[in-house]
Design a protein around this ligand. Sequence first.
Ligand code: A2P
Length: 284
Amino acid sequence: MNSPVINIDSNLQLNNQNSIPYIGYGSYKVTGKAAYNCVRHALEVGYRMIDTAHFYQNELEIGQAVRDAILHDGIRREDIFISTKIWNDDQRAGRQQEACETSMKLLNLDYIDLMFIHWPVKESYHQTWKILENAYDKQWFSNIGVCNFAEDQLCDLLKTARYIPQVNQMEHHPYLQDDTTRAFCDEQRIVYQSWSPLGRSMELEDATILKLAEKYGVSAAQIIIRWHIQQGCCVLPKASSAERIAQNIDVFHFEITTEDMQAITQLSCGKRVNPKSAPHNFDF
Ligand code: A2P
């Protein structure tokens, strides 16, 4: 049987009947005027999801860019999906509620489509999740999720959770694949979302990736992004130039064969973009 055709308007189904685009703009390390310009451009070329975090210090500019796109480009608020995250210090200090309110104020978009816990701060995440669940009940957030939760941390969270997270945002790229957590998320119908999907450009020079890029007549980044999408992952590539932002969403005109998908999956070797950015080993 042929797999259903995925196009730029295709969405992944969430476990609460909402949906999420396959691809979003990842805004880590893009700040100030650059953040504003990149988001305006991303929306112009077809992105409908923008991922930020309070830690990225760009919520204000991103909110402004989205509001201007709604005003000037005829895009509707309900067609845009905005996610942000509660930072670790706000969890540790018990400031989760204020942190939610601050992000809402900075983005200034009436509601947030997806609010995440940024990292599994052990002593705080059960409490943070309760606060997100209450805000979800009040419809401040259309969806709630976690980032960087490995399988055991998710299982622990679920012991006290009223709602199963809609999304788990994880470092995921050809060199770093956590099969155990991925399988658990599939079982629980938690969408697996990839941060640093290009391994912060680590895999762009990989021989297998380059060979496939040549075969399909696309760039190495496009091959990797398409691999995420065909795996059923939601993908958040970050790029700074207009050209790369546009290139990274131009991935719906080709399909990677099953054999070539496997060749990419086989590149898995446990290489993180930063050894200090792991679910059980983060120091911030
Ligand atoms: P830049 O930000 O200078 O455009 P990841 O999303 O895995 O974190 O990777 C982001 C890195 O990959 C950034 O250094 C970004 O560069 C680079 N990058 C993003 N898209 C492309 C592309 N299409 N071609 C080459 N490099 C890219």
